[in-house]
Design a protein around this ligand. Structure first.
Ligand SMILES: *Cc1c(COP(=O)(O)O)cnc(C)c1O
Length: 419
């Protein structure tokens, strides 16, 4: 049994390098709602992960679905991070940002074979999650190309049901019980399986989940002769508020590196250990800036209605996610009043409940924390509103990296017919 404490007692908080005055200037210059990403925070997270795994040959494959702004991708490339994509479109974005095909892995999840072909045609390594696609891959490419397979280890990880992917009822990956069938296909088509992959979920605070899933993978790996990589996915938990637990990366580094080294020794070859963090690298780097439209003094509490909502940040409604909120305009004033913070959609779209903030006025600029991951990428045009602009701040400079949408974008693909 693997048993160790994974709860980091010291809270590591990656504060923005950016001053509140700079944030207010950005809100003034570009308007709100506005996503702002702090590239120095991203660099610090990359460094922390690398430091934790310095004992092994660890490669970071950024799970870009968390934030696909091409300038954020370009920053990842500059930091020496490779990339994991989940669609041919993400692959194209990665190529647009300057990644070479060898730096990209396509982790597919029940995709059509045409998507596999599209990625193979660009020279991208593909990761296959089901036997039928693996068979098609064998028929078409045989041993001519290396391939990765995604395993479902039947280990449950993840902060809530919607983001747990490794358990025994999950749709993701090839169930470990089907090892025999995988090996049959390997024999039949002389498949060159160079990597085994698993991703057990998101918001995994307990590092032992990774170690437990790794044990399953080590056991399985013995039966594959051509391995070069073992990919343990992403899903590290980040803190959302002070005192919050997060994956204890340093402890996980010690535990998993030791097991990994022992495995490599018995396997007889030095393998690369891969991770595909999304949230871990970008969540804390982002703020969503929004203005207070209305202060509504209801009998049962005061509401702050912002000029954003679930169209821009769906996580509170979709995952019951906690996002810290603070008033940048009143940053120096004492928190004295309780508020519920809501969006402006014609839909219930709570952003944050029961928060103590300084006395807030209409027109104040609010910052919603942990908005760097699954914020903009999950944004929509619901209520026919524009998606926000985005700014990347890096080494003392801020850059507009996406313009705010216009009515043209909303109308772009619509066709008005004559009736
Ligand atoms: C979403 C996803 C990740 C990243 O998950 P995070 O919780 O953002 O770290 C990694 N790998 C795969 C295959 C994914 O689908």
């Amino acid at each position: 049994m693997v048993c160790y404490s994974s709860i980091l007692l010291i809270f590591v908080f990656y504060t923005f390098q950016m001053e509140n005055t700079t944030l207010l200037e950005l809100a003034e210059n570009y308007g709100t709602p506005l996503y702002v990403y702090d590239g120095d925070v991203i660099a610090a997270k990359v460094e922390r992960l690398r430091a934790a795994f310095k004992e092994v040959n660890m490669k970071i494959k950024y799970a870009c679905k968390a934030n696909t702004n091409i300038s954020v991708l370009a920053l990842m490339k500059k930091l020496g991070v490779d990339i994991d994509v989940v669609s041919p479109q993400e692959m194209k974005l990665a190529l647009s940002a300057g990644f070479s095909p060898e730096q990209i892995t396509f982790t597919s999840s029940g995709v059509g074979f045409d998507e596999i072909e599209a990625c193979v045609n660009e020279g991208v390594l593909v990761n296959i999650d089901n036997l039928s696609t693996l068979e098609k891959f064998g028929q078409k490419y045989g041993s001519s190309l290396p391939v990765f397979i995604r395993i479902r280890p039947n280990v449950a990880g993840g902060g809530n049901e919607k983001i747990s992917t490794g358990h025994g009822n999950s749709k993701f990956g090839i169930p470990i019980e089907q090892k025999g069938e995988i090996l049959k296909l390997v024999n039949k088509y002389q498949l060159r399986i160079v990597g085994l992959h698993q991703h057990t979920g998101s918001d995994i605070k307990d590092g032992s989940t990774f170690v437990q899933a790794a044990e399953v993978m080590f056991e399985l790996a013995k039966d594959f002769d051509n391995l070069q990589y073992l990919d343990f996915g992403g899903g590290f938990k980040v803190p959302y508020k002070e005192g919050d637990v997060e994956t204890d990366m340093e402890d996980l580094g010690v535990q998993l590196s030791a097991r990994f080294k022992a495995f490599c020794a018995s396997y007889g070859r030095e393998l690369e250990l891969w991770f595909e963090p999304g949230k871990y690298l970008v969540s804390e780097s982002g703020l969503l800036l929004a203005s207070v439209n209305v202060v509504k003094n209801n009998p049962n509490g005061t509401l702050l209605g912002l000029n954003t909502g679930l169209n821009h940040l769906i996580r509170p409604m979709m995952y019951d996610a906690y996002h810290g909120v603070y008033n940048i305009s009143k940053a120096k004033e004492e928190a004295s009043k309780r508020y519920n913070i809501v969006g402006y959609m014609c839909e219930t779209d709570d952003i944050a409940k029961d928060r103590t903030l300084p006395e807030t006025e209409e027109g104040d600029i609010m910052a919603i924390r942990n908005a760097g991951a699954y914020g903009f990428t999950m944004a929509s045009n619901y209520n026919s509103r524009f998606r926000p602009a985005e700014v990347l701040y890096y080494q003392g400079k801020s850059h507009l990296v996406r313009k705010r949408e216009t009515m043209e974008d909303i109308l772009k693909n619509q066709i008005l017919i004559e009736l």
